[in-house]
Structures are given as C-alpha cells and as structure tokens.
Design a protein around this ligand. Sequence first.
Ligand SMILES: [Zn+2]
Length: 312
Amino acid sequence: MSRLGAISVDLDSLPHYCRIQGVDEAVLDERARALVASAAIPRFLELFHRARVPATFFVIGADLSQAGMREALLTARAAGIELGSHSFSHDYALSRQSGEAIARDLAQADEVIEEATGARPVGFRAPGYTLSAKLLQAVAQRGYAYDSSVFPAAPYYLLKASVMGALAALGRPSRAILDSPRVLLAPRTPYRPSLSAPYAKGDAPLIELPMSVAPLTRVPFIGTFVTTAPWAAVELTFRTLSRDELLNFELHAVDVLDQSDGVPPVLARQQRDLKVPARKKLARLRRLFSWLAEDRRCVTLAEAARHLSPLV
Ligand SMILES: [Zn+2]
C-alpha cells in the first residue's frame, strides 16, 4: 500500500494575525484585509496545479464576508480542493467555551461555507490547534469524518509560551491561549481519539489526523519551517518522515505572502516570515510538492480519513 501525502492550508486572514500578535486591526487597509482571496488562494492553486496534487483549505466562516472570498473558494472547489471548517469566528479560546457556544459556532461555519460554496465540510481544524474534550465532542456530534487539530510539536509549544509571556510583559496581551502540555504526548500519526481526552487514543466516531512533526525531535514540519529554515534541515526532516503512513503538511495563507503584497510593516515585524520574499517561499514549496508527488499518493485530508479510518 502506498503511503499518503496531504497538503492543507489554514486560510487565516490578516485580522487574525493582528489579534494573535496584539496589533491594532486598524493598521489593515481594504487591500490587506482581502489578501487571502486576492493573492494567497490564486498562488496556492497555481502551485497545486503545477505539482498535480490535490489539497484541503480550512475556511474561517466569518472570513466569507471578505471581498472576493466566495469567488476564490468556488474557483478552488472547481479545481478539486476540499473545503474544511476552521470554525466560524476563529476564537483562539473556542476550546474553553461552553458546549452550546461551541456547537453554535461550528454549525454557523458549516452553514455559511455550504451556502457560499455548495460544499459541506467533513473535516475540522481548531483555531490555534487547541482541542478540548468539549470541542472534540461537538466536532463528532456534527458528523465530521475527521479532525486535524493535533500539533504535538515541542519547539512550537515552548515558542508560543515564551511569545505570549513576552507580549503580556509588554502590556500587549495576545488573544491566543496555551494548550495543555498533554498535547506533547499525543500520537504523532493518525489515531482514533478518546472523546473525553482528545490527545489520547479511544473510540471516537471520527479519526484524528495530526499535523506532521518529526519523530523524536518533534520539529514541526509545516509551512513556516519549509519556507524559512535552512534548506538542509528541511531535507533532513522530510527524510525522517519517510516511514509515516501519512505526511500531513500544514500551511497558512501567509506562507505565500510578503510585505510587498501590502502587509503593514508593523505586522511584518511581529510575523517575521512575512519579511521573506513570497517568490523565495513559492520556489521552496514547489520543490517540496514535487518530492511529495514523487514519494507518495497525494490526497485531500477527507480521502486520507476515508482510507485510514478502518485501520486505526
Ligand atoms: Zn487558524
């Protein structure tokens, strides 16, 4: 059986980065607010088309009201891209809300995504990658086939903790929340989670597809790593993942944007990868996607879930 490769992109628009970085959203003009639809999605579609690979976009329900977003997603869907849910409000503390509030948010996301694109999501990714028993139960109740929120990356966890501490010390608290350190003990590869403890194995009616991190070091093999790390480290980490049955490569829309697209300097100073030229990032992604297409059968996460669900 050939191993699978899946590429997914969280379509977070710049206002969400302002919130996590503690930057006033007023710095964003109309162009900056619409960059995901006007620039990032077309660049990704071009990359996928060239590499002949499918992919999954995780859509934030509230962002569908942005200029051009609906049209961009319809184009993506016509190109065979799966549309998953990244919640309605992208509240970083969604996992801590009440069960009813979570259910309302997820239902609203499904409604607007289906109404705008005709696609009903079968997969979910939590804002800020943070799950809780309540959140996973709500996801399962909606009948999703899979969840892909688990990110058991040690360096990411420590970095997030230190950045949040630094912002708080500067009097600019981030709206992000820190997950339970238990996520660091979560399985690295697809598993059937427990509905009462999402980072442990159990018998949930859906499958969890964790984002790829390297064995042992738990270095996150994600878009920012591939676009900014020394290339030798990217190659080495890619090789350490070669035995995994699924390589679940996660990106963000900003991974193909840079400051010259109209990102305000104050945001680029905080979100450093926006200072790397998009041209350079696109070249690296093109290379990685060609490796993926050579080594693995590339599928959407929905297909990966269908394939792996009976096996875990
Ligand atoms: Zn997000």
